[in-house]
Design a protein around this ligand. Structure first.
Ligand code: MTE
Length: 341
């Protein structure tokens, strides 16, 4: 595993799934990243073809057309400085192997049951210990932010992992706009509650409470790596990945990366989060990736890097903080991470 932070570290050319990502090459050329085409115009807008969401088989998904203003922003996204140079996981795994209990608990359920999910129009309610609060339309949430691509590792608490090329912007930049007061010690996030659209929320057999809630300490939330994603693989987020906007916290287990965010609240007290409530011995509030603290029912020392199969498990060692220690370990310098897991 290599962590890199340098100018143009993104290396989008490593994303090889051309079948589903045919607009990308033009993007790379326009960015002048491939030296042989470095004379290509330095113009981003309009050079990519992101006005559509592609299904795992490479066909256009006509039920999920992002609004024009979002297409424009996605088209203008630039390679960010925070990325891994590891091979990105193919699009079909990222969009077909999901955890999104609101659409069912099997890995294929979110893609199947979320395909008609309507996330336009969308708004986010901001409340709590902040000077600026209220209900804000998605377009206004995104307006001041330039989008960038970050290729992050995602490590699920279930001991599988992926490498995902997200498009989005730093969570810190969003938080600053609301001017949290000195009483804001935590940030609480809530997923949309809409049982009509989300079958998992009306199921009698659900193992978790809804709406799904996550939270971060405010200093974690403004760390440079905390990210709001609105796209993946150059396109807008499909429903199963958390359309229209989600959190991505790459040094923590995937369940902290809450999807389809409808509420953000600044709080004095630590919020009670969904998985912590469902199984406090198994899922902690901090949930930092830690190979030394096993889940009570399985080891966290290794992970299956997807694609993986029975005969080719692709098992790799798990690294503390998912390899992002240089950027985040300071946040936990005085803490016993076995106790605060
Ligand atoms: N957010 C909501 N609202 N509901 C969920 O069930 N699952 C989490 C997280 N965010 C979940 C969620 C878990 S356990 C993981 S591993 C990641 O989403 C998976 O993200 P992905 O499906 O995009 O890979």
């Amino acid at each position: 595993m290599v962590w890199i932070k340098k100018e143009c570290a993104v290396l989008p050319s490593e994303i090889t799934d051309e079948r589903v990502f045919n607009g990308r090459r033009r993007f790379i050329q326009a960015a002048g990243i491939i030296s042989s085409v470095s004379m290509a115009p330095q113009i981003f807008a309009g050079t990519r073809d992101t006005g559509k969401v592609l299904r795992y088989d490479g066909k256009v998904d006509h039920s999920q057309i992002p609004p024009g203003w979002l297409v424009k922003k996605l088209n203008a996204a630039k390679p960010g400085v925070y990325s891994t140079n590891e091979q990105a996981t193919p699009y079909e795994y990222i969009t077909q192997y999901n955890n999104f209990y609101e659409f069912g608990s099997d890995k294929g359920d979110p893609a199947a049951n979320g395909k008609d999910f309507n996330s336009d129009p969308w708004s986010v309610v901001i409340s709590g210990e902040a000077e600026i609060t209220g209900k804000i339309a998605l377009e206004d949430i995104l307006k001041p932010h330039d989008l960038e691509e970050r290729i992050y590792r995602l490590r699920c608490v279930e001991a599988w992992s992926m490498v995902v090329p997200w498009i989005g912007f730093p969570l810190a930049d969003l938080i600053k706009r609301f001017k949290p007061t000195s009483d804001a010690k935590f940030v609480r996030f809530e997923t949309l509650y809409d049982p009509k659209q989300m079958p998992g929320q009306r199921s009698r057999f659900t193992s978790i409470d809804y709406p799904y809630v996550e939270g971060l300490r405010i200093d974690e939330a403004v760390n440079e790596l905390a990210f709001i994603a609105v796209g993946v693989y150059g396109n807008s987020l499909p429903p199963q990945n958390g359309a229209p906007l989600r959190l991505v916290i790459p040094w923590k287990y995937g369940f902290k990366s809450i999807k389809s965010i409808a509420k953000i609240t600044f709080t004095k007290k630590r919020p009670r989060t969904t998985w912590e409530k469902a199984g406090p011995r198994e899922y902690g509030f901090y949930a930092n990736v830690n190979p030394e603290v096993d889940h009570p029912r399985w080891s966290q020392a290794t992970e299956r890097r997807l694609p993986s199969s029975l005969f080719s498990p692709n098992r790799i060692e798990t690294i503390a903080f998912n390899g992002y220690g240089p950027q985040v370990a300071y946040l936990y310098a005085d803490m016993d991470l076995k106790r605060y897991f």
